[in-house]
Design a protein around this ligand. Structure first.
Ligand code: ATP
Ligand code: MG
Length: 251
C-alpha cells in the first residue's frame, strides 16, 4: 500500500506507514493533514458553554452559537482554528482518528472510550460532577451488598460500572441504557443505577438516593497523538493557553 490521499481532504495522508499509536494493539489509522488548521471537537450544551472562557483565554471566539445555529462546523475569529460540534460520546472517536486534532470530553466518556490514540494533557476542571451508584430510597443497598445479592444495575457507563463492582466483589447484571437512568428503578428495570450526579436534585425528584461515589468527573482536553507531533507549533500554544486559564481559575 502506498500513501493514500483522501479526495475530500486534499492534504491529508495516512501517517507513519498507516498507523500511529502504542504498539500493535492500536490499529487506528490516523489522518493528519497539516493544512495549518486546527480542528477542535466540542459537544454543545454544558461543555461548549464552559469551554468558551478557555477559548477566550486562547484568543479564540466562535463565529456562531451552536444552540442557535444548525451548523456543525463553526468558524472562529482565527483562520487557523475551527470547531466541529459532535455528540459528547463521539468526541474521543473524532480525535482518535484524526478527524479532529483536539477535543474536550468528560472523564466519564473517556473511560468508556478507553483513550486509545489519545493524549490527555490537561484536566480542564469544567463540567464537574460525580459518578455515583444510586438506588430507590426504600431499597436497602447495604444489606443487599452484604448478603452477596446479585444486583441489576442500569447505566450508560457499563465499563466503569463493571470495573467498580468487580473491584468490590459485588455481583451485578449490567443493563446498558442511553439516557434517563433514573427511570430504570422506578419502572422495575433495575435495582440500582450508575449515573452522573451534580446537585442530586434529579435523584431526589425521582425518590432515589446516592449510595456510593465511584469517582469525581471533570472534562479533559484530548489531543490526537499524531497531531501532537505533526502540528506541534499550533497545538502546543493552545495547550499552554488552556493550561494557564485553568491555573488562573483555580485561584
Ligand atoms: P447526550 O446528551 O448526547 O446523550 P450527554 O448527556 O453525555 O450526551 P451532556 O449532558 O452535555 O451530554 O454531558 C456532557 C458531559 O458533561 C458529560 O460527559 C459529563 O462529563 C458532564 N456532565 C454530565 N452531567 C453533568 C452534570 N449534571 N453536571 C456537570 N457535568 C455533567
Ligand atoms: Mg445529558
Amino acid at each position: 500500500m502506498g500513501r493514500e490521499v483522501h479526495q475530500n481532504r486534499p492534504h491529508a495522508e495516512v501517517v507513519g506507514g498507516h498507523c500511529f499509536g502504542n504498539g500493535s494493539k492500536n490499529r487506528n489509522c490516523v489522518l493528519v493533514g497539516d493544512t495549518g488548521v486546527i480542528t477542535l471537537a466540542l459537544s454543545k450544551g454544558r461543555i461548549f458553554d464552559e469551554t468558551l472562557p478557555l477559548l477566550k483565554a486562547a484568543g479564540i471566539k466562535p463565529a456562531d452559537d451552536p444552540e442557535k445555529s444548525r451548523k456543525l462546523v463553526i468558524a472562529t475569529n482565527r483562520a487557523d482554528v475551527k470547531i466541529i460540534i459532535v455528540r459528547a460520546s463521539d468526541v474521543p472517536t473524532y480525535v482518535q482518528y484524526g478527524a479532529a486534532d483536539m477535543g474536550i470530553a468528560g472523564k466519564d466518556v473517556l473511560l468508556e472510550h478507553g483513550g486509545d490514540g489519545l493524549y490527555q494533557p490537561l484536566d480542564l476542571r469544567i463540567a464537574r460532577c460525580r459518578m455515583m451508584v444510586a438506588v430507590p430510597n426504600e431499597f436497602d443497598y447495604e444489606s443487599a451488598v452484604r448478603q452477596g445479592a446479585r444486583l441489576r444495575v442500569a447505566t450508560k457507563y457499563v465499563k466503569t460500572a463493571r470495573e467498580h463492582f468487580g473491584a468490590k466483589g459485588v455481583h451485578v447484571d449490567l443493563i446498558k441504557l442511553y439516557g434517563s437512568m433514573e427511570l430504570a428503578p422506578l419502572a422495575g428495570l433495575a435495582e440500582a443505577i450508575v449515573d452522573l450526579v451534580s446537585s442530586g436534585n434529579t435523584l431526589k425528584a425521582n425518590n432515589l438516593r446516592p449510595v456510593e461515589e465511584i469517582m469525581p468527573i471533570s472534562s479533559r482536553l484530548i489531543v490526537n497523538q499524531a497531531a501532537l507531533k505533526l502540528k506541534r507549533n499550533s497545538v502546543q500554544p493552545m495547550i499552554g493557553a488552556f493550561s494557564a486559564a485553568v491555573a488562573r481559575s483555580k485561584k
